[in-house]
Design a protein around this ligand. Structure first.
Ligand SMILES: CC(C)(COP(=O)(O)OP(=O)(O)OC[C@H]1O[C@@H](n2cnc3c(N)ncnc32)[C@H](O)[C@@H]1OP(=O)(O)O)[C@@H](O)C(=O)NCCC(=O)NCCS
Length: 142
């Protein structure tokens, strides 16, 4: 489907901000509050120079369609992802994750709320295996 995965830059600030504040993205996140633009900019600048974080953007025909964040801790990368609201329901998340997992040699984990059926399907399709459930959150590993 011609998706490319690249590292995010400060030029992605607007679309990452829009996607982060999308109601479904907030619902799926650990922190469900609306983010202010100043906080977002601070977060993005810090993220881009954090050696333990990789922030990716996926493009289709030069249009940003999704993002994956990877955080390294204790030998493991924790992934979280979202697809642009305009591009959901087209199978993009599965392809985006398939590209992302190729970038890593270390174990990967994902924390997904139990009601997020689409993300659970996508994680399982990408080879993530359910380890445990705690307080409505499913912990996957790959
Ligand atoms: C979750 C999300 C990443 C899914 O991305 P997407 O590319 O739109 O995914 P799709 O719509 O192609 O759905 C993936 C699969 O789940 C299925 N699915 C979606 N909603 C479903 C539902 N309510 N019940 C059952 N299956 C569902 C789809 O049919 C598809 O299955 P298929 O590939 O076998 O056809 C996207 O909706 C999103 O960004 N949501 C907000 C942020 C988020 O939830 N991030 C993940 C945090 S862990």
């Amino acid at each position: 489907m011609g998706l490319i995965l690249r590292l995010a830059s400060i030029k992605d600030a607007d679309c990452l901000f829009e996607w982060r504040n999308d109601p479904d993205t907030r619902k799926a996140s650990h922190s469900t509050e609306r983010i202010e633009v100043a906080d977002h900019m601070q977060w993005l600048k810090a993220s881009l120079c954090n050696p333990n974080r990789r922030l990716y953007v996926v493009e289709k025909k030069h249009v940003p369609v999704g993002t994956v964040r990877a955080d390294f801790d204790n030998g493991t990368w924790t992934l979280s992802w979202s697809v642009s609201p305009r591009y959901r329901g087209k199978g993009i998340a599965s392809q985006m994750l398939a590209l992302t997992v190729e970038e890593f040699n270390e174990p990967l984990v994902a924390e997904i709320k139990a009601q997020n059926i689409a993300s659970i399907k996508v994680a399982q399709r990408t080879g993530f295996i359910l380890q445990r459930e705690q307080e409505g959150v499913l912990y996957f590993q790959r």
